[in-house]
Write a protein that binds this ligand. Structure first.
Ligand code: FAD
Length: 402
């Protein structure tokens, strides 16, 4: 249950709209979407038509006010109840990378890449971050940029990029690739450069889509940069400032988003287990009337409620940077990472327990649970994994949180 009195009427309306959308548009084709990406695109297109995922270019009348983190959490939690991959797509199709450039005051990037996200067709942004040489190193805050292996150097008026990225979402289908590079690993955070690359840049190529256990409705592939040249204006900002944006994006925004997906996944798994154990009889009474099963359901509910409290506490803090600081602050990075770690473990645990309560049917696609089980796991693996996320958590306490 959310804190109804804290939500605006618009947020409640969006939540109700997405709930209906999930029931009508996602659940009936949930399994088919995993095999046919055109169905995923159809769903994303319908969401766009509802105003979800529309880049409003600063004009709030054109789309829902998704710049509110709380609204984004509601949207992504609800969508994850239907499909985690669809939920994952939302910031990518919302022109989030263009908004980042707007915040950085980079007009060249906004002018070049903005139009792709202002029309009525779905376009994707890709955060090209994880280096093939050691993905977790790219994001390890203790390495402070020294673990990034994709290199960029200036040649006249152009950046020249070389390196290989593994697993970025929307690789091969995106309209823009925000590429995390280093100009010199020895410079640490001052070497971090966030460079926007168009899909048709010479020297840019892609691997085959990865085959994966969960999140099958989103596309991942390797990205190869072989002397890719882009205008020097396509660097987001400048030394030091790019590192701040990177922290806000990967350290806070993506962790927050991951937690919303975990929460939606866990809630849906719990709901299925509740229904199933009410209908399924054992020893002449519903399974959930046995105290062992009731205790498991209670533990699932406790974890979900604690996560929801932490997540919406975080979203509210992110909505008030004037009080809690910007998303790039070590405190917010720490809080977002703590929420992500807890939520990811929680969702895996809850989905696992739901399967136990359902016996063999827990792994049957007919009962829908098995997909939640598969999707839940991924949230523990990405964004540097749970270990590197923990470094972000503790770093905030070592140096900054009093
Ligand atoms: C569905 C999906 C979507 C993704 N989307 C994107 C995306 O949009 N953009 C993008 O750039 N990447 C994306 N990724 C990649 C993902 O972020 C990386 O896989 C992740 O960061 C881990 O990198 P790695 O797999 O190379 O792990 P490795 O670096 O090989 O690490 C292996 C293990 O060692 C642990 N480890 C590493 N270093 C340390 C340390 N110092 N201390 C303790 N433990 C450590 C890690 O936690 C991990 O468990 C995605 C991955 C998936 C599965």
């Amino acid at each position: 249950m959310q804190l109804e009195h804290l939500l605006t009427d618009e947020q409640k309306a969006i939540r109700d709209m997405i709930r209906k959308f999930v029931t009508k548009e996602i659940m009936p084709i949930r399994r088919e979407m995993e095999e046919d990406y055109s169905l995923v695109e159809g769903v994303l297109q319908k969401l766009l038509e509802l105003g979800i995922g529309r880049h409003n270019g600063g004009d709030e009348k054109e789309g829902h006010k998704q710049d509110s983190n709380t609204t984004q959490a509601i949207v992504c939690e609800e969508l994850a109840k239907g499909d985690a991959g669809i939920s994952l797509c939302i910031p990518g199709i919302s022109g989030g990378l263009v908004k980042t450039a707007e915040r950085a005051g980079n007009k060249a990037i906004v002018d070049r890449f903005g139009p792709a996200f202002s029309g009525n067709r779905v376009s994707y942004g890709c955060i090209s971050m994880t280096d093939a040489a050691g993905g977790a190193d790219t994001e390890n805050p203790l390495l402070q940029g020294r673990g990034i292996s994709t290199k960029a150097h200036l040649d006249g008026d152009e950046w020249v990029i070389n390196g290989t990225k593994s697993w970025p979402t929307h690789a091969g289908i995106a309209s823009v690739y925000l590429t995390v590079c280093t100009t010199d690993p020895e410079l640490g955070e001052d070497g971090i450069a966030l460079i926007y690359v168009p899909p048709d840049a010479e020297g840019l190529s892609f691997g085959k889509p990865e085959v994966k256990m969960g999140f099958r409705t989103s596309i991942n592939a390797s990205i190869f940069y072989d002397n890719v040249r882009v205008p020097k204006e396509y660097r987001l900002a400048k030394p030091g400032v790019d590192a701040q944006f990177f922290a806000g994006m990967a350290g806070t925004g993506a962790q927050f988003h991951s937690a919303t997906i975990s929460l939606g996944t866990a809630q849906a798994a719990f709901d299925i287990a509740m229904d199933y154990t009410r209908e399924r009889k054992s020893g002449g009474k519903p399974v959930r009337e046995w105290s062992m099963a009731a205790g498991i359901l209670a533990d699932m509910a406790i974890r979900i409620e604690m996560t929801r409290g932490a997540l919406y506490n975080l979203s509210s803090m992110l909505d008030h940077p004037e009080v809690y600081g910007p998303p790039s602050s070590p405190q917010m990075v720490s809080k977002a990472s703590a929420t992500k770690v807890f939520a990811a473990d929680m969702a895996v645990w809850v989905a696992n327990k739901a399967a136990e309560l359902m016996g063999s049917n827990g792994i049957s696609p007919e009962y829908h649970l098995e997909k939640y089980l598969r999707d839940a796991k991924i949230n523990q693996l990405w964004l540097g994994g749970q270990q590197v996320s923990r470094y972000r958590v503790v770093r905030g306490y070592y140096d900054y949180i009093v």
